[in-house]
Design a protein around this ligand. Structure first.
Ligand code: FDA
Length: 311
């Protein structure tokens, strides 16, 4: 309930303005966001690499309402991939990129899907040139079918493109079955948007149970599961299922967000597992930060203080 209320309050322009300007926001932002520019993201990917962690980098910004903005986002991704290659971080996908289709045009009222596909294709071409990969983030449920359709099209030319599925959606176990084929990369997360009862589980336990059912399908399948969760129980269950299916450590990976359970990230990597960290960067960090705040009541204190400039 708190999560829903917070997500709703955050949509107010007044609240957004106050948070973006408040000095304490900067401290909170630094924990979860690499910085505002390409070199910030490359630096953090390098630091993670030094502690044996892989990365996937997201240039923040979503629901782009302007075609030029969508193209600028595409160009930033291309520049990012080249900068990662210059630092020798891109090869074998050690650092890859995560792309929200709404940031590259999907939300445009005219030809949104076609524009997003064209921009995503240019990002995939750049990734292919430097030996990296791309994963399509998943946004709210109204975009799921279109995102999976774009995935199918991109995979005809770039069979390594990955997708995200959200266990809070009723449909996801079936989507996992469809995507558990050889070469398919699926990042399974719980889901971060406010979704109606008609399409999504509302109770945390139901979301977790769905996550386990989805994991079973992915681990038993022929694809490459990417276990994106900070939940210690789910990480343990994923390891047990991988063992049960006789999977080698290079046939799946764990993923967590920058700034969340960093000690555990290092421990997982040190135990010989593949551990990838999701690194967001960019000036448009507000929506991302709100979702992270909403996930954990303890973070709310920082967030509320930022509103009154009392940090
Ligand atoms: P849960 O929220 O239950 O947290 C489990 C434990 O992790 C908590 O008890 C706490 O210890 C710790 N924790 C979690 N969040 C924290 C926080 N903000 N601060 C401090 N501690 C925290 N979602 C989506 O809808 N579309 C997408 O494309 C993606 N992509 C994505 C990529 C990757 C790599 C990750 C890790 C996550 C996503 N997500 C996402 C977000 C995801 O849906 C989900 O909202 C968060 O991962 C939180 O869910 P957990 O599985 O971690 O469980």
């Amino acid at each position: 309930m708190l999560r829903g209320a917070l997500l709703q309050v955050s949509e107010s322009d007044l609240v957004r303005g106050a948070v973006v300007k408040a000095p304490v926001s900067r401290g909170v932002v630094q924990r979860y966001v690499a910085g505002e520019k390409v070199p910030d993201a490359v630096r953090v990917a390098g630091e993670l690499r030094a502690t044996n962690r892989l990365s996937t980098i997201d240039y923040l910004g979503e629901d782009t309402a302007d075609r030029h903005q969508a193209e600028a986002t595409r160009d930033t991704y291309v520049a990012l991939l080249e900068a990662l290659s210059d630092e020798d971080l891109a090869r074998f996908g050690a650092a890859e990129v995560s792309v929200k289709l709404s940031a590259v045009g999907q939300a445009l009222s005219q030809d949104g899907d076609a524009i997003a596909l064209e921009n995503a294709r240019a990002i995939c071409e750049a990734a292919q040139r430097v030996g990296s990969t791309v994963t399509l983030d998943m946004e709210d449920h109204t975009t799921t079918d279109r995102t999976l359709e774009t995935l199918r099209t991109l995979r005809e030319d770039f069979p390594w493109v990955g997708a995200v599925l959200q266990s809070y959606l009723h449909r996801t176990e079936s989507d996992c079955r469809d995507l558990a084929y050889e070469g398919s990369r699926v990042r399974l997360c719980k889901g971060a948007y406010k979704e109606p009862e008609s399409v999504a589980f509302q109770d945390g336990t139901d979301v977790d149970l769905s996550y386990v059912r989805c994991l079973k399908v992915l681990m038993a399948g022929d694809g490459y599961p990417m276990v994106a969760s900070h939940d210690p129980r789910l990480v343990e269950i994923a390891q047990a299922l991988a063992g049960h299916e006789g999977r080698s450590p290079d046939s799946y990976e764990f993923q967590m967000l920058l700034g969340i359970r960093s000690g555990e990230q290092k421990r997982i990597a040190d135990r010989g597992h593949q551990m990838r960290v999701y690194i967001p960067f960019g000036e448009d960090w507000y929506g991302y930060l709100v979702r992270r705040m909403a996930e954990r009541p303890a973070n709310l204190q920082f967030f509320l203080r930022s509103l009154v400039g009392n940090g």
